[in-house]
Write a protein that binds this ligand. Sequence first.
Ligand code: ASP
Length: 333
Amino acid sequence: MINRRKFISNSVLVSLGALISPSFAKAESLKELQPIISGDLIAKTPLVISTWRHGLEANEAAWKILQNGGKALDAVEQGVKVTEADPDNSSVGYGGLPDRNGNVTLDACIMEPGGNCGSVCFLQNIKHPISVARKVMEDTPHVILAGKGALRFALEKGFKKENLLTEKAKKVWKKWKKKLKYSPIINSENHDTIGMLAIDENNDIAGACTTSGAAFKMHGRVGDSPIIGAGLYIDNEVGGAVATGMGELALKTLGSFLIVELMRNGKSPQQACEEAILRISNKLVDYRKFQIGYLAVDKNGNVGSYSIHKGFNYSLYSDNENKLIDSEYFLEK
Ligand code: ASP
């Protein structure tokens, strides 16, 4: 069954403050936060939003920069680095689940308000691919570096080579190897990128996206996350969007770019995310088997999100409060 609630028009955007549930207000730690339900939301800028619950911690780091008048670009880099360094996160950076051959291979990209961007894909043994992506953006004439070339560049720039496969991730992989069945599980931790968008005090927007990609993917597989326009897109005149979930669907429809273009043409972030999911459902016959979540913000602080299935959520830090918000979704079952 399809859960196609009516699009909310810009004129009835609801204030976020009004949606905070009492249980949310009482939570004492980030882990205890209860989600509130989204639709269109307006948040005060500066702000930072990021995909999933792990975004709460990442937002804290980004917020420190934003509240001190720092730049959106620094905020998103420092924010997602928290998730990249977390050994308990099995879908981003260190501790990420490996490909089917046991290699942790990372994808990341970053985009700044001036329209410049940098990306690394199929990068191994470097804990902070987002910082390498930033170096690609700032220190090379290119946008994307891949594989061994990306690794060589990172080492030249002083990044350290490290083993990123934790004992915990290795155990999960060994268990998977007994069955050798590749079947991405909706909303499970085998694919949960962090995508982050921040608007700073100057009202400039930047974004970052980083992942270890789909667990047990084929060796060499690159997802949507390092592809500008698929996993992330920013336009400083309009807003930004990020994607998470089965990257192939975002790649086939260039979802993040699509959302920003829809916002440019007058859609709210919520409407734009919904239309990008509709595009997937109209074009890709087997879309029901997969999850994709989109998250978007425009330059006025209007926030929207939408996913194929129930279960996608995102974290929003604005007005000195960090919140977890459940996304609306397309399929009832
Ligand atoms: N989009 C990422 C990929 O397909 C994974 C994820 O977001 O969960 O590599």
